[in-house]
Design a protein around this ligand. Structure first.
Ligand SMILES: [Mn+2]
Length: 335
């Protein structure tokens, strides 16, 4: 819930002349960027969108149809000492690379929809709501502080919802009510917006297609009877590969990418398993921690970032997933 004192403080921060950094996570997705964009637009004073570990292709695509914003990938030393840091859609420090969080935590606002967030305990303000996207939370905040919406802000926030719910597949009634409310403020052509957001995936540029082909070539699988778990390696596009695998042949996909010393693993699960209690974010958090990195996300879509051998991480992750799925299947059988 958005309590009155939280709203009051948020309004004060957003409208203060103090510099503000709207911080988005590693390879920022559309939801993170949309949330940052909306808050950036309505706030006063010097402001930046801070993307320490770059933004995703889809988010870049969205930026093309919004008003210009100032995005920085680095912050000058002196700026860490002042200013507010509004961290969006980010549930752990690892997702931000190396930022001096101890120094800024008392000027940090965390706004997120992930079930667990390891950042908030030391933050100045923490807003976590059970929504399908951070964009929806930002919409609630903007309403409460009587911000002025324009078409671009609504476009961005709806784009955040579309992508985080996988084109409304994971939307709930509240999501749809929020979208309707937004559409009453500003008529958005949903079909056109979805077209723009999904264009890069539909066009299948060559490097992505090759990565996906390799992902399928290198795929191994574990057949648990009712559920099939697949595992593979790529150099990039690991989350795209995992999504493609669960939409075509697998119930759970685990795809890893080794980036020099950094290892990234992306996992996806079909919703029937999630409905039975599978939570990939919990498993990723556990295994990520075991390998000295971070992990998390959502029950059906989660990942790990760590330093080390991606295969070792994937093996540990897969065996943990197999254990969990076996438990679930056994329970269902006995019911
Ligand atoms: Mn999100």
């Amino acid at each position: 819930m958005l309590e009155e004192n939280v709203i009051k403080k948020l309004r004060e921060i957003l409208l203060s002349p103090t510099p503000k950094f709207f911080v988005v996570h590693h390879n920022a997705d559309v939801d993170a960027l949309a949330a940052a964009y909306a808050l950036y637009k309505i706030s006063l004073g010097k402001k930046f969108i801070y993307a320490p570990l770059k933004i995703s292709r889809a988010a870049k695509k969205l930026l093309e149809i919004l008003d210009e914003v100032e995005i920085v990938e680095e912050i000058p030393e002196s700026m860490w000492e002042k200013g507010y840091f509004i961290i969006l859609d980010t549930n752990s420090l690892e997702q931000l690379g190396e930022i001096p969080y101890d120094k800024i935590s008392n000027r940090t606002v965390v706004i997120d929809h992930h079930t667990e967030n390891t950042l908030f305990s030391s933050a100045l303000l923490y807003v976590r709501m059970d929504r399908t996207s951070t964009s929806e939370i930002v919409y609630e905040i903007l309403k409460k502080i009587d911000a002025k919406f324009d078409e671009k802000i609504i476009t961005a926030l709806i784009a955040g919802i579309i992508t985080d719910t996988s084109r409304f597949k994971y939307a709930n009634n509240q999501t749809m009510r929020t979208v309707c409310e937004m559409m009453n403020i500003s008529e958005i052509n949903l079909k056109e917006l979805i077209g723009i957001l999904e264009e890069p995936t539909l066009k299948y540029d060559r490097s992505r297609r090759i990565a996906l082909l390799k992902a399928f070539q290198r795929m191994t699988y574990i057949d648990l009877g009712k559920a099939i778990i697949v595992k593979s390696n790529v150099n990039a596009y690991e989350s795209d590969a995992a999504v493609l695998m669960i939409t075509t042949i697998a119930d759970i996909a685990v795809v890893g990418a080794q980036k020099e010393v950094e290892a990234r693993v992306s996992t996806r699960a079909r919703s029937w398993l999630v409905n039975l209690g599978l939570d990939l974010s919990k498993i990723c958090r556990k295994i990520g921690k075991e390998f000295g990195g971070g992990g998390g996300g959502h029950p059906a879509a989660a990942g790990i970032n760590a330093i080390g051998d991606v295969n070792a991480i994937m093996n540990a992750l897969v065996s943990e997933i197999v254990k969990e799925v076996r438990k679930i299947l056994k329970r269902v059988e006995n019911e």
